[in-house]
Ligand binder design. Structure first.
Ligand SMILES: [Zn+2]
Ligand SMILES: [Zn+2]
Length: 129
């Protein structure tokens, strides 16, 4: 099979080959920086969802903030479906393994960085079955 080539950065597109045409014959990351990232510095997160640069900057802070909020909720007896630690952790693992479907159902590209996925998983695990 001939390699698909990224038109922005002459390297083959393998992982994203299914979305090659959708992303204007580029890697998703290349498409993002070419069309979505705007004037933001490439080392800085832009406003578009799934920005790969979020892993360098705000992602960790969001996860910390979410974990702290959830700890307060849990301590105050919020009516989570998964209020026991083992239920919560099982749901956290299950949600992560199904997360591709979650983003696809919402017409979203899978989050561009792990921090965003973990942030969504922390919240979803409170109620996910
Ligand atoms: Zn590329
Ligand atoms: Zn961006």
């Amino acid at each position: 099979m001939t390699d698909l080539m990224c038109v922005r950065y002459q390297r083959s597109v393998r992982v994203g080959s299914k979305h090659y045409e959708v992303f204007e014959r580029m890697h998703y990351v290349c498409f993002h920086y070419e069309f979505e990232h705007g004037d933001a510095d490439v080392d800085e997160e832009c406003g578009a969802g799934g920005c790969p640069s979020a892993s360098l900057t705000g992602g960790r802070d969001r996860v910390i903030a979410t974990a702290k909020e959830l700890a307060i909720e849990a301590a105050s007896g919020a009516p989570w479906r998964n209020s026991e630690a083992h239920e919560y952790l099982e749901a956290f693992a299950a949600w992560l393994s199904d997360s591709g479907g979650y983003y696809a159902n919402r017409g979203r590209v899978a989050a561009g960085n792990g921090w965003d996925v973990v942030n969504d998983a922390l919240k979803a695990a409170t109620t996910y079955e």
